[in-house]
Design a binder for this molecule. Structure first.
Ligand code: SDX
Length: 361
């Protein structure tokens, strides 16, 4: 038995390759650092879905814009009580209103859903009215406008695109594997996406970026980094934003996202202080983790600079996992379709270690 399925190959895929030994991520043949910052999310989504839907247009922009408008109708079901729940739980409840299907229309609605529902949840939780989508905008620009109520700058939309593209697919991570398991039963794409979103919620997976901000704020100053981190490890805490099941060296997405933070900072003028502080915390964390776990290389993962980028875009840490889902939903859908195209029902075995056979009294 492999604990946590570590080292187990459970599928072959044309979608992405995660090379943990060399710190490389390739998505449909493109290195992630060549996509992030140069590609809009809708183009990355097309790259992933290409070949899985006969009727997929070459440019998803207008179809995705229409899908954003279409799913906005479901926001009517959002009351303040639901909006005040954990944003992932509120998103999950609204997503569940999208009927199951295996067609492109369902897939586009599921890509549009986190992008439209998350802004609505954030605004209704703050007592504001949701803002309807603008199909003429790019996906990223419309997301920021629906959250903040003002148009995004080109630099801000480009920064969110860089994030959504960077996280759109990553092999058989826990949430994508969950989506594939559900897809393999032929339950439908909505059910597969709901499984992925539920797995993503966990702090060991997609729930980590929000706590990175909490950690930075608790540390407060560069001088306090080492003592604070040492106390955390002594308590047995995990340092959010570090470590990875596959990467034994630095996660290539960390640098792609740090570059996106730098581009945004030079465009908006803010940030250099916060970035310098985060880099100081990162250096201290890497030193301490190497001392703490000399036998297990623990390096920066995707979440550390995710937190800085989404914070710089003015998004609340409580929304970070929902924003992660806005990008990863394209990967969940592509993997679900790939599983349907050629995979069998996913059903591993287990070794029984329970009581010997006995007769009820
Ligand atoms: C994502 O799989 C993917 O591809 C995921 C992802 C994606 O794109 O889908 O890349 C996104 O989930 C990134 C990871 C986000 N999570 C965090 O940043 C939370 C903190 N990191 C961890 O909890 C941990 O590193 C995991 C969960 C990410 C990976 O854990 P593993 O591979 O199962 O390793 P492990 O839990 O068995 O840990 C091995 C040892 C342990 O020590 P012992 O208990 O054996 O003494 O390393 C230690 C751990 O305590 N360790 C850490 C640590 N990560 C591992 N110690 C302190 N801080 C950490 N961050």
């Amino acid at each position: 038995m492999s604990d946590g399925l570590e080292g187990v190959i459970a599928a072959q895929t044309v979608l992405s390759d995660v090379d943990g030994a060399h710190g490389r991520l390739v998505i449909r043949g493109y290195a992630v650092e060549d996509l992030a910052g140069r590609t809009r999310f809708e183009d990355a989504a097309h790259l992933l879905l290409d070949g899985f839907f006969d009727d997929a247009p070459s440019d998803l922009s207008s179809a995705l814009g229409e899908a954003r408008v279409g799913v906005f109708a479901e926001v009517a079901a959002l009351d303040e009580g639901l909006a005040r729940r954990d944003p992932v739980e509120a998103l999950r409840a609204l997503l569940a209103r999208i009927p199951d299907g295996d067609d492109l229309k369902t897939a586009l609605r599921l890509i549009a859903a986190p992008a439209v529902f998350t802004p609505a949840v954030l605004r209704v939780a703050n007592g504001d009215a949701p803002i309807a989508p603008d199909p003429a905008l790019s996906h990223a620009a419309d997301i920021l406008r629906m959250i903040r109520g003002v148009p995004a700058t080109d630099a801000e939309a480009a920064a969110l695109d860089a994030y959504l593209v960077t996280v759109c697919d990553h092999g058989l991570n826990a949430s994508t594997f969950a989506a594939r398991v559900v897809a393999s039963t032929r339950a439908g794409l909505t059910s597969a996406v709901l499984a992925g979103l539920s797995a993503l919620k966990g702090p060991l997976h997609g729930g980590a970026p929000g706590p990175v901000i909490d950690m930075l704020d608790a540390i407060g100053t560069p001088e306090n980094a080492r003592p604070w981190l040492e106390r955390a490890l002594a308590r047995g805490d995990r340092l959010m934003g570090f470590g990875h099941r596959i990467y034994r060296v630095r996660d290539p997405r960390a640098d792609a996202l740090k570059a996106a933070v730098r581009r945004l900072s030079s465009a908006s003028g803010g940030l250099p202080g916060r970035l310098a502080f985060a880099e100081a915390v990162e250096r201290a964390a890497l030193e301490i983790l190497r001392e703490h776990k000399p036998d297990r290389p623990l390096d920066t993962n995707v979440e550390f600079y995710t937190a800085l980028l989404l914070e710089a875009l003015g998004l609340p840490p409580s929304s970070f996992t929902c924003v992660f889902a806005m990008g990863r939903v394209a990967g969940w859908l592509a993997h679900a379709r790939e599983q349907l195209a050629g995979g069998r029902l996913i059903r591993p075995q287990s070794v029984y270690v329970g009581p010997e056979v006995r007769v009820a009294a």
